[in-house]
Design a protein around this ligand. Structure first.
Ligand code: SAH
Ligand code: AVI
Length: 437
């Protein structure tokens, strides 16, 4: 574990509304530097050079083939030099880091200090180069134009998403959190996991209910957060280690559409995919992604998926059009990501946030609408893209489910729905699935 230490990067947001900006600044300060904890990067593959198929962000089109979440992109080698502050200290670990990592703290917890209970493996750099460039190049050539939502989550985007979770209109997070608290002991009792793997873990706020239940059942817990946002993963890990001295963490900074098979194994894993992120795939993509999870599961593993439910359009509309403009800032930040990472010149203020519910597809669509005709140069792609006045770019879909549609989706992916938990208002559901009949 002689890898170099590194620190969480900080960055400022450019948000449209004052309240959002002020709140963001306050939060960025609050998450700030990670006090005493420094993160040890056991390995680094700077970026995967192949664009994946079927990402959570993949646009839906009739001709699309199903997502292959464990796509061949794994064979892609890092094409960018590893930055000095995050360089690989052990070439062998770099070659195949995860297979050599034992869970339950072997080699991790040596001195009982927080840093010794943490390991972070970085398999992908979210904003660096080729994946973003390929995705943007492809999406902006489509008619209608699309962008992939996985690129929302730079440092700013992750913080803005966290703020969305606290808006009064976004019922999703608090509903799922309350539900998790209610069912955590039952889920952990039934699945008896030796490790909790969480895909798209983000701030890992709600995960606490599951971790605490694991601690109640087994005395200790091992947590494997997997997220494309290094900043979100590191901040959440720091907070969890601070609060739980019985917890070991092996974080993996990765693209869950590409790296599922590199997520550490354990005797029995509970794989959590919370927040309704499954809804950010189109239907084919969701099925392919679940199939990929199924293929990566072994007999003792279980899957817990948060699924936002179909409900009154007005409630959904409000949730994606919060009055404080946080969701709008989150949506438009995607253009800032492209400006920064691909040397583009989007005039961010020239695009308006639009989110609407399409009942016939049972999904929210989030878009950016050009207020006037725009010509944007993306230097990294060596070309210009034109946007007509009123032209919309789709940046995200957020599908909503019923028990029936969820059950059909799991079945199509070769998974069996074992439990369907939902609160009285039916706003959200947690589906517990397994691979045996
Ligand atoms: N699970 C949390 C966060 C949801 S936001 C919650 O329920 O509140 C979606 C999270 O998934 C973000 O943290 C984002 O960084 C991560 N994410 C999005 N696309 C991803 C991808 N392709 N691979 C890995 N993480 C991804
Ligand atoms: C991460 N995902 C489940 C969120 C959603 O509700 O689809 C992202 C989001 N977009 C706007 N608000 C929240």
């Amino acid at each position: 574990m002689g890898a170099p230490k590194r620190r969480v990067r900080r960055q400022r947001v450019v948000a449209r509304t004052r309240p959002v900006e002020a709140e963001y600044e306050a939060r960025a300060g609050a998450v700030g530097e990670p006090e005493a904890v420094e993160f040890e990067s056991v390995s680094e593959s700077a970026t995967d050079s192949e664009p994946e198929s079927g990402s959570a962000t993949e646009p839906e089109s009739e001709s699309e083939s199903a997502t292959d979440s464990d796509s061949d992109s794994e064979s892609a080698t890092a094409t960018e030099p590893v930055s000095e502050s995050e360089s690989v200290s052990d070439p062998e670990a770099a070659a195949d880091p995860l297979e050599r990592v034992a869970l339950h703290g072997a080699g991790v917890v040596e001195h009982g200090e927080r840093a010794d209970r943490l390991q972070v493996t970085v398999l992908v750099r979210p904003d660096s180069g080729s994946t973003l460039a390929a995705d943007v190049g492809r999406g902006l050539r489509e008619v209608p134009k699309t962008l992939e939502p996985k690129h929302f989550y730079d440092d700013v985007g992750s913080t803005l998403f966290d703020m969305i979770c606290d808006t009064p209109e976004y019922y999703v997070t608090r509903t799922e959190e309350a539900l998790l608290e209610e069912i955590a002991d039952e889920v952990i009792g039934e699945t008896s996991p030796t490790a909790l793997v969480e895909l798209g873990s983000g701030a890992a706020r709600k995960t606490r209910a599951l971790l605490e239940a694991m601690q109640r059942h087994h005395g200790r817990a091992t947590y494997v957060p997997v997220d494309i946002s290094e900043q979100a993963l590191e901040s959440s890990a720091a907070a969890l280690l601070e609060d739980y001295d019985w917890l070991d963490i092996h974080g993996v900074v990765a693209d869950f559409t590409q790296h599922l098979h590199r997520v550490p194994g354990a005797e029995r894993r509970l794989i959590a995919f919370l927040g309704g992120t499954l809804g950010n795939f189109d239907r084919q993509g969701a099925r392919g992604f679940l199939q990929g999870i199924r293929d990566a599961m072994t007999e003792g593993d279980s899957l817990l998926v948060g699924m936002d439910q179909v409900k009154q359009p007005a409630i959904l509309h409000a949730a994606y059009n919060d009055a404080a403009g946080v969701t709008a800032a989150f949506n438009r930040n995607l253009l800032q990501v492209i400006n920064r990472e691909l040397s583009a010149d989007f005039d961010v203020d020239a695009f308006e946030h639009v989110a609407l519910y399409r009942p016939e597809l049972q999904r929210i669509e989030m878009l950016l609408e050009a207020r006037s005709a725009q010509s944007v140069t993306i230097e990294a792609l060596g070309r210009q893209f034109d946007f007509g006045a009123g032209e919309r770019v789709r940046t995200e879909i957020s599908s909503k489910f019923t028990r029936e549609s969820a059950e059909a989706l799991f079945a199509a992916a070769g998974l069996t729905l074992r439990r369907w938990y939902t609160p009285e208002n039916g706003y959200f559901a947690l589906a517990l699935a397994g691979i045996d009949g």
